[in-house]
Design a protein around this ligand. Sequence first.
Ligand code: SAH
Ligand code: SF4
Length: 396
Amino acid sequence: MTAAPLINLDAVPASAKPSLAGLTRDGLKAALTAAGVPEKQLRMRVGQLWSWIYVRGVTDFDQMTDVSRDLRAHLKTAYTLDRPEIVSEQISIDGTRKWLLRLAKRGHEARAPEIETVYIPESGRGTLCISSQIGCTLTCSFCHTGTQRLVRNLDAAEIVAQIMLARDRIGDWPGAAGPADGRLLPNSDRKITNVVLMGMGEPLYNFDNVRAAMEVASDGEGLSLSKRRITLSTSGVVPEIPRWGEEADTMLAISLHATNDALRDELVPINRKYPIAQLMDACRNYPGLSNARRITFEYVMLKGVNDSLAEARALVKLLAGIPAKINLIPFNPWPATRYECSDWETIERFAEVVNHAGYASPVRTPRGRDILAACGQLRSESLKLRASERRDADPA
Ligand code: SAH
Ligand code: SF4
């Protein structure tokens, strides 16, 4: 193969080199164009890189053996395949892993922003919880992220990079180590089977980047996560729900948390703009719903606030006619919160009402209180103190 005529990017300081990891096909195309790859080669080159980056998870251009030596050398001068920097990695006894990640600093940013990504292994599946924004513009009263102002939206690559980094760390590139004949290992060997947009931020307020990122995540020639195994959680940005259904078509979760407007106005203030009736209409009309494809309704259990049996019954009534799953989340307290988690007995009684109405296992009861504790810890980690606060608390 003849060497492609490439522009000279040697002038770019090493620290300023952007990473190709996480880019969309269009992003890769633009990067290759900037690196001087001729128009007629672009499609083929994007295809090659796509596979190395998203099937094999390579971190070094020299691993791209079917890409010419010259092009690899040129790519190296202009780009990296770096993931976000890991500030800390914590592994819990049950295998849950939490990463605090530092993203590349933007020109106007005083310091590099940080986000959290969490991997939760369960029997037969593994769920990765990713962030869509740094902070959140919304101010749900029980949510720690809600006390942090929005720093900025993540771009598509920063969202995808969370999946790539998690795969690196848990050894989950089924394409990386195939049998000697070069065939890929089957996807069934994967550890990360599900992705939930339940980390920091309101994903529907970063619609375009989240959609582009989920296109990369679900691309059948790359990361190959089924859209049926990707769940976007929203606090209820009603006008964007039908658009998300049409354009992105992933599974949907709704942070409901209350069954009447007065209480939901207080807990999830976006409810003042888009009240429960409008939210339920948007859910009813979400494309492709069936018993096999249900909306998950999240309901955080707040002691004495939303945990009465009357509210359990109201919840069941509210969801009638919508193919739904209910996820009761034990509240995780954080410093200075005015809420407490409901008692375990209250959660069980609440769950019983919901169970009787035909919603299976809404709380993870099999491992009882241990799991309640683990869940609390996990939440606490995923909604952890900001770096500055942690530094204050930890002189090391
Ligand atoms: N912003 C989106 C997605 C991120 S929050 C949303 O609100 O849906 C993911 C879930 O965690 C939401 O259901 C949110 O309401 C819930 N949550 C927030 N703070 C919590 C806390 N302290 N304890 C338990 N769940 C919490
Ligand atoms: Fe934002 Fe979701 Fe927290 Fe509400 S619950 S403040 S929407 S991250």
